[in-house]
Write a protein that binds this ligand. Structure first.
Ligand code: FRU
Length: 503
């Protein structure tokens, strides 16, 4: 049954958006125009602007009736909402226009490729790949959709798990896409397709499959070449932890390797988690005109978004800060897009601040200090931590933020164990789900370099030049603006903090 129309969604979002005051949203992180978002979709550069589409339920702050919302930006940070692009208004996508991606065609059109989902009378789900073309604002679904039907699936594959096509252009002017599917063993597989025009697709094979090492089904694949390597990003479901690298539940995985064109096969060399924080899922990349590979992701996660418990806003779901990707020594590195530096305002800087010194048996908070000019919920902070010369060694270092009498979120470093921890137990959440996570960081003799990007409802921590990133969403009331530092033992710290210019 068709319940939704694009016209209805566009009218609704235009009216409802007015009810959300600017101060109710993050300053430079994307949120849906109204209602719910999960994955970023169709992240692309088209017509001189960056386009971001997103999984969107305008009508409520919970997942339902997947539409594609739409926004454009010139700097990847300040987004202008455009009218919703797709509604689940056809039989083949009546249960939702699920995730997908976008490219430009030879004739200059913007081509969206997405998963159409329908249910039959017995409630069985079918996922097929569809396309729509447009001018950057209005899109028409192709009259011969779906362009890749469930018949294209290899024998024994599940028609209810075939989704999230990532499309790209090849050097010879052709098109390729990979989509995620579930094989007869219930494990994730990526299927490769090729096309000459973006409409007629040919199955090419299975470049990579889950041998059971990384969860079960894989969602939201991406594939690209970067710094001489082939890179695959996926979001596996039902992960089991591996040390402090991978965690239970919905995770993210980056596989770096080579691609054998003849056999259409990806040969992995190294694997890592893309983000080691609490709230990150479904990343998607684009190639910017200047050659940068830029990634954006949902700054929530299915396993933990309910831990926020409720939302005080008429929107739910944020995207992470867009991040430039590069490979160094076989690892994926990330840094906030360079455009972010233009948003830096007032600066406060300190060198060689000694934190701690109350004795090894003291409580960590006993030594808490605050520094003039270092406070607020929106900031770009560079923090270098190192052993304090001639003083007792540091066992635990804490930076507390979004702090008041009763709240704080904590970034905690344990130099002897080389552990970095994000902890939002006291951020105001009333849920008992996951509120803390640790990751192993490089052993640099008690030194660590952190770039901490704070916005009203989140903290993203880029560790040691982007070797790891730890992302956490928080809902703490905006009146909690304190930032403090404390330690057991002694640590020395250089810190530079920039305010963020608010448009
Ligand atoms: C990932 C995901 C995708 C799907 C979409 C539906 O978060 O489950 O696989 O296309 O969300 O909203």
């Amino acid at each position: 049954m068709i319940e939704y129309s694009l016209e209805k969604a566009r009218k609704y979002e235009e009216e409802q958006e007015k009810k959300i005051p600017g101060g109710d949203r993050p300053v430079f992180h994307f949120t849906p125009r109204v209602g719910w978002t999960n994955d970023p979709n169709g992240f692309s550069y088209y017509g001189g602007k960056y386009h971001l589409f997103y999984q969107y339920n305008p009508y409520d702050v919970v997942w339902n009736s997947m539409h594609w919302g739409h926004a454009v930006s010139s700097d990847l940070l300040r987004w202008e909402y455009l009218p919703a692009a797709l509604a689940p208004d056809r039989e083949y996508d009546s249960f939702g226009c699920f995730s997908g991606s976008a490219v430009e065609t030879d004739s200059g059109e913007h081509l969206l490729m997405y998963t159409g989902v329908r249910k039959d009378e017995q409630g069985r789900e079918f996922q097929v790949q569809c396309v729509a073309t447009g001018d950057g604002e209005n899109y028409s679904k192709y009259s011969c959709n779906p362009v890749i039907d469930v018949e294209s699936l290899p024998e024994g594959f599940d028609p209810a798990n075939f989704r999230d096509p990532k499309i790209w252009r090849t050097e010879d002017g052709g098109y390729r896409c990979i989509a995620a599917a579930k094989d007869s063993a219930g494990l994730g597989v990526l299927l490769l397709f090729s096309s000459e025009d973006g409409f007629k697709w040919k199955y090419e094979g299975i470049p990579v499959r889950n041998d059971g090492s990384f969860g079960r089904m894989w969602e939201c694949p991406d594939f690209f070449f970067l710094d001489g390597k082939a890179v695959i990003l996926v979001s596996p479901q039902d992960m089991r932890p591996r040390g402090n690298e991978f965690f239970n539940g919905n995770g993210t995985l980056c596989r770096i390797g080579t691609f054998c064109e003849e056999e259409k096969r990806f040969i992995p060399e190294a694997d890592q988690a893309i983000d080691v924080g609490i709230d990150f899922y479904a990343p998607q990349t684009l190639l910017a005109p200047d050659g940068r590979r830029i990634m954006i992701a949902w700054m929530q996660n299915w396993d933990t978004c309910s831990s926020l418990g409720y939302t005080p806003h008429d929107w739910f779901g944020q995207m992470c800060i867009p991040r430039e990707l590069f490979i160094r020594e076989g690892r994926l590195y990330q840094r906030p897009v360079k455009e972010f530096e233009a948003l830096r305002g007032e600066k406060a800087a300190y060198k060689n601040v000694i934190v701690g010194g109350k004795g090894q048996n003291s409580a960590v908070r006993e030594s808490a200090i605050r520094l003039e000019g270092i406070a607020g919920r929106c900031a770009d902070i560079e923090l270098e931590l190192y052993p304090a010369e001639g003083k007792e060694p540091c066992h635990v270092f804490e930076m507390s933020f979004a702090e008041d009498q009763t709240h704080r979120s904590v970034l905690r470093y344990r130099p002897f164990e080389n552990l970095l921890e994000t902890d939002r137990r006291e951020s105001g959440s009333r849920r008992g789900h996951l509120q803390q996570r640790s990751c192993k960081v490089a052993d640099r003799g008690g030194r660590i370099s952190l770039r901490i990007i704070l916005d009203r409802y989140s903290a993203e921590v880029f560790v040691n030049g982007g070797e790891q990133v730890m992302t956490t969403a928080i809902l703490t009331d905006q009146t909690a603006t304190g930032i403090s530092f404390s330690a057991i033992g002694c640590a020395a710290m250089d810190i530079v903090k920039y305010d963020i210019k608010q448009a």
